[in-house]
Design a protein around this ligand. Structure first.
Ligand code: NAG
Ligand code: NAG
Ligand code: NAG
Ligand code: NAG
Length: 189
């Protein structure tokens, strides 16, 4: 009888332990971590407008049937695909010496509001930084700040991950815009 009771209480203890470690609290645990690296860059997008092929750093490469590749389409540019190769600078001056290039694409992906999806890399080849940082995420352009994911990197940024907060620092009609990227890396090697 004593033995049976002992075995039962042991079983009970084991079940409690298993139960608590598998509880939702375990998964909801939040970790507040400090970034291991913080960086700020600006990049400058000069959109082809039919007259500036020498100066343009981006071009519409795909458009819905009702648009064309010279002018961004109506309905919040929905369906337009733009490829870019933009200079990256340390300050907000387009004419500052670039430290790298922002290369990738954006897709306007909603008719009702002005919003895009970004996939691009910062490719560095300067004395300060060598390597690349890769970014992806939704860019709701009307928001003052937008967070996109840092999904990886190479060279100085080997295997990095983090978050980049984008803000539109300036724009001139549909020909030029400048984005500020506040990059917080949470994984550094
Ligand atoms: C492109 O579309 C715009 C707006 O509809 C129009 O004004 C322009 O003439 C078109 N350009 C070409 C090259 O078709
Ligand atoms: C990086 O810069 C060096 C020195 O200016 C140059 O020789 C090299 O070709 C550049 N590499 C790339 C990938 O641009
Ligand atoms: C954009 O702004 C809207 C309204 O202020 C907010 O609800 C939304 O979460 C924001 N989105 C991002 C990705 O910041
Ligand atoms: C190139 O485009 C930018 C942005 O629109 C403008 O500020 C600059 O003056 C242009 N440069 C030339 C040489 O056209």
């Amino acid at each position: 009888m004593e033995i049976t009771r002992f075995v039962f209480s042991l079983l009970f203890l084991v079940m409690m332990t298993v139960g608590s470690s598998g509880s939702p609290n375990h998964w909801r645990r939040k970790r507040v971590r400090e970034p291991c690296k913080k960086l700020v860059f600006y990049f400058h997008d000069i959109i082809y407008n039919g007259h500036n092929s020498k100066n343009a750093t981006s071009a519409i490469v795909g458009t819905p049937a009702w648009g064309n590749r010279t002018i961004l389409a109506g309905q919040n540019h929905f369906g337009d695909v733009v490829v870019f190769d933009d200079p990256i600078t340390l300050d907000n001056n387009l004419h500052s010496a670039p430290v790298g290039r922002a290369q990738g694409f954006y897709i306007y992906d909603k008719k009702e509001i002005f919003t895009a999806w970004l996939g691009f890399s910062f490719v560095f080849n300067s004395t300060q930084h060598k390597g690349s940082i890769n970014f992806a995420g939704a860019d709701p352009l009307m928001n003052k700040t937008r967070d996109i994911s840092v999904i990886g990197g190479t060279g100085d940024f080997f295997m990095t991950r983090g978050v980049a907060t984008l803000s539109t620092d300036a724009f001139e009609g549909e020909v030029y815009f400048r984005l500020r990227a506040d990059i917080n890396l949470f994984e550094c090697w």
